[in-house]
Design a protein around this ligand. Sequence first.
Ligand code: DQA
Length: 146
Amino acid sequence: MTDIGVMNGPNLGRLGRRQPEIYGHLGLADIERDLLGEFPEVTFHFFQSNHEGRLIDQLEAWADQGIRRVVLNPGALTHTSYALRDAIEGLELWVVEVHLSNIYRREGFRAHSVIAPVARGQISGLGALGYRLAVRYLLDEAGVEA
Ligand code: DQA
């Protein structure tokens, strides 16, 4: 069994109800259910919080448990959180950054990610499919020692 953390940041607990024209009609629970169905070989650890520090606490807890592969949608913290970035770097996590919307086609402030330089890669604009693709990558490609 491979352990993968799926972490969602601020405002993503309201997916499905929050600006569905941008973020789609699926709720976070739908996305999580989809991953469970698609990857029965993975032990998923799901976490969502609106609080930066709680996200970092959870990344530390996962790292302490040996869970280093993480699909991360940091929400708006993508654009601002050096603390989250430092946690990913310091804990040596294998992170795929996921955005439901295409952050490069929206307001200017969204086009910059402070997380991207410490992520293995980024998927932006493919909706909920981005989470699946990120898990696929982490299963197939990310360091076996992780
Ligand atoms: C988002 C994009 C961010 O700019 C925004 O703040 C979000 C969601 C996305 O999934 O498209 O909360 O990360």
